[in-house]
Structure formats: C-alpha cells, structure tokens
Write a protein that binds this ligand. Structure first.
Ligand code: BEZ
Length: 251
C-alpha cells in the first residue's frame, strides 16, 4: 500500500499521540539500543532517542521513511520489511505502535523480532485487537456488496487477533508474555462528518480499488451514513478502536 505521509501526519496525529502511552510501557533506559518497528514518520522514534536510547526506526514505506529522515535527521531510519529483517547488533528492545496489524506474515515478523533481540530483551507493542473498527468494516463491506463490489468487500487488509491467539503465537516463537491487555479505546476522528471518508481513503484504500471516483464518493457517503448513529457524538466522531497491547520477553 502507498502511504500519503503528509496526510498521515496532518490528519492522523492521534496514532502517535496515543503511542506515547505505549512508550511508558517500553520504559526506555538511557544507553539501550531500541528498534521502532513500523515507525511511520518517526515521531515516537525521536521520543525514544530523547529518553537517551540509541534507536533505529524502520518502515516498509519509502515515503514514510523519507518524511521521517527529513523531520528527524539525527535519527537512524531505514526502509525494511518487518516480516524479514536482520541486524548485526542485537537490540535491548523492539517497540511497535499501530503497525503490526498491517503485517501479513506474522510468523516471519515474530521470527525476525526474536532473532534481533538480546536474551532477556523485550518486545513491547500495541496494535489493533480482535473486533477493532468492526462497525466500520461491517458498514464498508455492506455498502460495497450493495454496489456489487464483492472482491473489494472481501479484502483482508488487517489482522486483528484476540489476546489468546496472539499470546499463543508469541509463545510458539519463544517469547514469554509478561503482560497483555485487550481494551476498547474509542478514538476521535478529525474533520467531523468527513472523518470516516478520510479514514477509509487513507487506511482502507484497498476497499476502493478499481472503483470510479464519483462512485467512491457515493460509497463513502453511504458508509458515513451507516456509521453516524454509532460514531457521531454531538458533532465529534469516534471510531470503535480495540487495542491489543503486550510485553513479551525473549527467554
Ligand atoms: C489501528 O491503529 O487500529 C488501525 C489504523 C489504521 C488501519 C487499521 C487499524
């Protein structure tokens, strides 16, 4: 998927603002060597550095990494695939915020993370959990089906696991899960009644692939109308985010 890094920064600042909470869980110690996996435009990577760590930020999107390098020239950033990466020097911790649900090859990712950590190193992350944005996905699929776009409606864009499923996978890859929580975090959308359309255009572009622009607009309006009773609270729109947050230790 091709990201619009500018739009991501302007309109989806909540992604890294919420990530600041996850940083607390990471509990950076000065001098540690840390990987920020799926770092996007690098805001949290810079914050990890500000806490005194040596940090590397990686992302699959060249646009995101270009933006990150421009914003934070002091930080080490690279385009890398989270599902298949190597490091010469092992990390004290691997951190990830709002990125792991995009990774198709979860086994490859867990293997890469495990191999990249020192013994006793920690994998600290937050991602979408089971039923994340389920109302939005349901509304989108329904509208696409009504318009005859069955292939788009069936697109599997994200992976939102339950806590049991994910903890089991982490254990199978050699991690000890020392902390895990699956919680609801209703998340504000920007731009009022345009917020749903912007969210789907930004993150769910696959749903709209091959559909003419005018019909896309009609579809986005219908999705918005379906979600209004659940998402619009007195003019402020919220999406039904569910987060999965964990700490896993390489034993
Ligand atoms: C999330 O952070 O939960 C998320 C963000 C974009 C697309 C899907 C999920």
């Amino acid at each position: 998927m091709k990201w619009n890094a500018d739009l991501y920064d302007q309109k989806h600042a909540f992604v890294f603002q919420y990530g600041e909470d996850v940083l607390e869980l990471l509990d950076v110690k000065p001098g540690e060597y840390i990987l920020d996996l799926g770092c996007g435009t690098g805001h949290l990577t810079q914050q990890i550095k500000d806490k005194g760590a040596r940090v590397k930020g990686t992302d699959l999107s060249p646009d995101m990494i270009a933006q990150a390098k421009e914003k934070y020239p002091e930080v080490d950033f690279a385009v890398e695939n989270a599902a298949d990466f190597f490091t010469d020097e092992q990390y004290d911790a691997v951190f990830s915020n709002a990125a792991l649900h995009w990774v198709k090859d979860q086994n490859g990712m867990m293997r890469s993370v495990y191999n990249s950590l020192k013994h006793g190193g920690r994998f600290v992350a937050e991602m979408g959990g089971k039923n994340n944005v389920s109302r939005l996905i349901e509304a989108t699929q329904l509208v696409l089906q009504n318009h005859g776009y069955h292939v788009q409606a069936d697109a599997q864009i994200w992976y939102f696991p339950s806590i049991g499923e994910y903890a089991t996978k982490l254990e199978e890859h050699g991690f000890k899960v020392s902390y895990a929580i699956h919680y609801d975090r209703k998340t504000p959308l920007q731009d009022g009644n345009q917020g749903v359309a912007k969210w789907v255009t930004m993150f769910g572009a696959q749903y709209l692939e091959g559909i003419a622009e005018a019909e896309q607009q009609q579809i986005l309006t219908e999705i918005t109308n379906k979600l209004e009773p659940y998402y619009n609270e007195g003019g402020q729109w919220y999406a039904d985010y569910k987060r999965l947050r964990f700490v896993a230790i390489k034993e």
